[in-house]
Ligand binder design. Structure first.
Ligand code: FES
Length: 151
C-alpha cells in the first residue's frame, strides 16, 4: 500500500543479500508501512557495487538510487563494504559532472535485524526524492551512457 502522497517515482535500491535485503524482508514480515517507489536489485555484497550501476540507473531515468549493505566490519566478505564506501564517496563528487543532482543518490548500512531502521531509511530517502520531484531529462544521456560503455 503506498504511504506517499502523489505519483509513485522510480527509485532503484541496490541491496546486499546478507544484511539490507534481510532488513527489508524483516520490515516486510513485520508489516511496517513502506513507500512502494523502491525497486530492489539484490547484490551478493556492496563490494560488487560498480558506481557505474548508479550512473546508468540515473541516466536511464531513475529518480533516485539507494545503496545499502552490511554495517562496517559486518560485511560477510570481510571488507566489501569498505571498498564500496570508498567508491560511492568518490561517486558523490563525480555525479554533478554528469549533470546528475547528487541528492538523488544515497548509501547506507542496515542489518538483517533492523527492519524498523530499514523502514526509516527508505521512507526518509523516498521523501527526499519526492521533494526533488521526477528526475529532469539529462541532456546527452544516451551519448554519456555510450561514452561510459553503458549504452
Ligand atoms: Fe553485505 Fe558485504 S556482504 S556489504
Amino acid at each position: 500500500m503506498p504511504v506517499m502522497d502523489g505519483r509513485e517515482l522510480r527509485i532503484v535500491g541496490f541491496l546486499c543479500n546478507w544484511c539490507s535485503y534481510g532488513g527489508a524482508d524483516t520490515a516486510g514480515v513485520a508489516r511496517f508501512d513502506q513507500p512502494t517507489d523502491l525497486r530492489v536489485v539484490r547484490l551478493p555484497c556492496t563490494g560488487r557495487m560498480d558506481p557505474l550501476f548508479v550512473v546508468k540507473a540515473l541516466l536511464s531515468g531513475a529518480d533516485g538510487v539507494l545503496v545499502s549493505g552490511c554495517h562496517p566490519r559486518d560485511c560477510h566478505y570481510s571488507e566489501g563494504n569498505f571498498y564500496a564506501r570508498r567508491r560511492l564517496e568518490v561517486l558523490k563528487q563525480f555525479l554533478p559532472v554528469t549533470g546528475i543532482d547528487p541528492e538523488r543518490f544515497e548509501y547506507t548500512w542496515v542489518s538483517a535485524s533492523e527492519g524498523q531502521k530499514w523502514q526509516e531509511v527508505v521512507t526518509k530517502f523516498t521523501e527526499r526524492i519526492h521533494l526533488l520531484g521526477p528526475s529532469p531529462a539529462i541532456a546527452d544521456a544516451a551519448e554519456k551512457l555510450k561514452a561510459a560503455n553503458l549504452g
